[in-house]
Design a protein. Structure first.
Length: 132
């Protein structure tokens, strides 16, 4: 179970939206099966690796005094230029409640800023892949 599922369970279990979820997530009405959680963890690992690689590549562009602030700005940057456009496209193309999409946006903002701060702190100001 995730925090998102606890908050948005009424959307996920609403029969009106049953057709929008993948068969991996909801092969039958009800809670997702174990396979979905395992696939979700694998996807999260891949996205995390890409996030850290992106920070190593462009993190130097965020000129802040602290590593936490630098990483937080990176997380905000990813949210603003990655997540927000994806959510806006979702509103246009997929029949989902705005409350759910908004919840995903807030959740991703929190996650990415915290992940950015942690990444900045753990990696420091040295960026071996950065162009000087």
């Amino acid at each position: 179970w995730s925090f998102d599922f606890l908050i948005n369970r009424h959307y996920y279990l609403d029969p009106a939206y049953a057709g929008v979820w993948s068969t991996l997530m909801m092969p039958v009405p009800g809670s997702p099966p174990l396979e979905f959680y395992l696939a979700s963890k694998a996807v999260s690992l891949i996205v995390g690796v890409l996030f850290v690689f992106g920070y190593r590549w462009i993190g130097h562009a965020f000129h802040e005094d602290s590593q936490l602030a630098q990483g937080s700005l990176y997380g905000l940057f990813i949210w603003l230029f990655g997540i927000v456009p994806a959510l806006l496209a979702m509103i246009l193309f997929i029949r989902l409640p705005l409350g759910l999409i908004g919840s995903w946006g807030v959740e991703q903002l929190i996650i990415l800023v915290i992940a950015g701060a942690l990444t900045g702190r753990l990696m420091g100001k040295r960026h071996p892949l950065a162009v000087a």
